[in-house]
Design a protein around this ligand. Structure first.
Ligand code: NDP
Length: 259
């Protein structure tokens, strides 16, 4: 178990799914945890669960694609909990479409939230990490950060950008006690994957069970990954034991993507 007592973490997209699991895992390791997203109700539920672990929690409504909201979020977390020296860039959106049917809005939205949002958050918090000479940035990227796939142009472009950001910042801060890494999951059993299943059903006429099986078979393990697995790896990357791991995009997909 990682020992994160005395640390403050900020998890974007912490209201549900992977972000919620990460927030609770960091709290179980001893960190006080702020969660940010756009849905107040989900954030409030996560904070209640964080507080049940005995740690402090703070909910902040924020659209990570809006720089002013990100700056206000960081100020609010500092005031409520202290400097967040652990940042988990998890907030993200997904949609699939043929390239010729990918609208400007889809393209801009995925780039803005998945890539620019992580840039805004990392840029706002990095000076605090530098000052402390300690910091951990973990971005929840995707196997789509490493490989392309049909109908995923905007999502894959945004996630490749996120991994590029990760690698470049990791190189920039390597000598300053800060590590910057990405976790690159395959399909994870969350609401986002439920939406992908529904989309496959609607477009192909497959039953929901058949559509889910399609996604399960992207992994040679024949299953979806779990949010708990992503959270455990993320928490490990925040620990002292992971100090030497920097600039990596660690794939968590049962072995389909090997790079
Ligand atoms: P969910 O849709 O279940 O959760 C996404 C979270 O991000 C929600 O809390 C959502 O809250 C928040 N969010 C979305 N847009 C914004 C925004 N503009 N500002 C702040 N918060 C935002 O997805 P998952 O938990 O499945 O995914 C989490 C991350 O993991 C994403 O980055 C995703 O791309 C990545 N990932 C997911 C995989 C999967 O199969 N599920 C596989 C690989 C990577 P709200 O809508 O209230 O703002």
């Amino acid at each position: 178990m990682a020992e994160l007592s005395g640390r403050v973490a900020l998890v974007t997209g912490g209201g549900r799914g992977i972000g919620r699991a990460v927030a609770l895992s960091l709290a179980a390791a001893g960190a006080d945890v702020a969660v940010a997203a756009r849905s107040d109700k989900e954030l409030a539920e996560t904070v209640e669960a964080i507080r049940l672990t005995g740690r402090r929690g703070e909910a902040v409504r924020c659209d990570v694609g809006d720089r002013q909201q990100v700056d206000a979020m960081v100020a609010r977390v500092r005031k409520a909990l202290g400097d967040p020296l652990i940042l988990v860039n998890n907030a993200g959106v997904a949609a699939s479409a043929k390239l010729t049917e990918t609208t400007d809005e889809m393209w801009d939205g995925m780039l803005r939230i998945n890539a620019t949002g992580a840039f805004y958050c990392t840029r706002a918090i990095l000076p605090l990490m530098r000052q402390a000479r300690w910091g951990r940035v973990v971005s929840i990227a995707s196997v789509a950060s490493k490989v392309g796939g049909p109908y995923l142009a905007a999502y894959a472009a945004s996630k490749h950008a996120l991994l590029g950001l990760t690698r470049a910042v990791a190189a920039e801060v390597a000598s300053q006690g800060i590590t910057v890494n990405a976790v690159c999951p395959g399909y994870v059993d969350t609401a986002m994957t439920d939406a992908s299943t529904a989309n496959i059903s609607a477009k192909t006429g497959r039953s929901p069970q058949e559509a889910r099986a399609v996604l399960e078979h992207f992994s040679p393990q024949g299953r979806l990954m779990t949010a708990a697995e992503v959270a455990a790896l993320t928490t490990f990357l925040c620990s002292g034991a992971a100090e030497g791991i920097n600039g990596q995009g660690l794939v968590l997909d049962g072995g389909a993507v090997q790079s």
